[in-house]
Design a protein around this ligand. Sequence first.
Ligand SMILES: Cc1cc2nc3c(=O)[nH]c(=O)nc-3n(C[C@H](O)[C@H](O)[C@H](O)COP(=O)(O)OP(=O)(O)OC[C@H]3O[C@@H](n4cnc5c(N)ncnc54)[C@H](O)[C@@H]3O)c2cc1C
Length: 317
Amino acid sequence: MTERQAFAAGLLDRLPPVRGRITANAPLAPVTWFRVGGPAEVLFRPVDRDDLAGFLADCPSDVPVTVIGVASNLLVRDGGVPGVVIRLGRGFAGIEVDRAGDEPTVTTGSAALDVHVARVAGEAGIAGLEFLVGIPGSIGGGLRMNAGAYGREFKDVVWTVDTVDRQGQVRTLTGDACGFGYRHSGLPQDWILTGAVLVGEPGDPERIAMRMAEISTQRSETQPIRSRTGGSTFANPEGGKAWQLIDGAGCRGLVLGGAQVSPMHCNFLLNTGSATAADLEALGEEVRRRVKDRFGVELRWEIRRIGVPAEGVPAHG
Ligand SMILES: Cc1cc2nc3c(=O)[nH]c(=O)nc-3n(C[C@H](O)[C@H](O)[C@H](O)COP(=O)(O)OP(=O)(O)OC[C@H]3O[C@@H](n4cnc5c(N)ncnc54)[C@H](O)[C@@H]3O)c2cc1C
């Protein structure tokens, strides 16, 4: 057993009993879009909200807890993530529609994929959620990031959000209380979002399906959606477009080790096959430096970076 494995196993001994799956030293790279990064010291997959809340209530307060969705806007550093990483699974993926009244709703768990929610809503004749079809994340990640596309974002469609805090206390908040802003929510960082009620409007399933097909086609023509990427790397600065600044600073196609600025959409970083998380992060920082030098604008990372660098593993030159 390596020192790291022994350490992770030691943490496991300090954690409360659960019904879900809990594993020490669990690889995370295979479940991220970038396919890079080190392991979770411990990975916990709760079976339902009671399992999650009970775990959080009894988990020692000095143990860091990090929640991830399907990691489509996430860079896990090469040294892995200390503490417990929580990934919600099937018990949080239910989707139910209610078409009564002028404001039909979709009640969804946080682990449901945005694209599934869009399709279920569309088939039930609920319009207004079509934009979700182009966002490859989970509902939990979308709520946390206030994800959006085509002029709509989560804040426009959220009625209520279910949360569990670090002490295991369960709450339901209205959308207005979530502090949604551009690509972020104001909810405390350590709250886990377990589900939401989204509101739409009555619509014709065929027209909704056509709109979703348009969005999907447009996406595949303008974004490297089949690559190992993390979506938009930087948030658009006030009054500007991140991709235009990156392009203007000469970064389109820029390479560092196994990482590349996408030649197709230069606000996307790519793992071309052999990238480390350090390569991707260093390339992002290089882009920020060049944009700052050229335009005086400091780009803000939209991609969330978690975990610690691997000791002695510098980015490839
Ligand atoms: C090809 C591609 C295209 C994309 N296009 C868009 C786009 O058009 N618009 C857009 O907004 N985004 C886009 N993204 C980014 C990404 O899909 C969204 O940000 C998505 O909402 C992230 O969801 P996720 O489940 O992958 O979250 P993750 O990437 O796993 O996590 C993102 C953040 O959310 C937090 N989080 C995840 N789940 C929960 C939870 N249950 N409770 C609390 N916090 C949680 C994590 O801690 C992390 O801070 C794109 C990404 C890719 C790869």
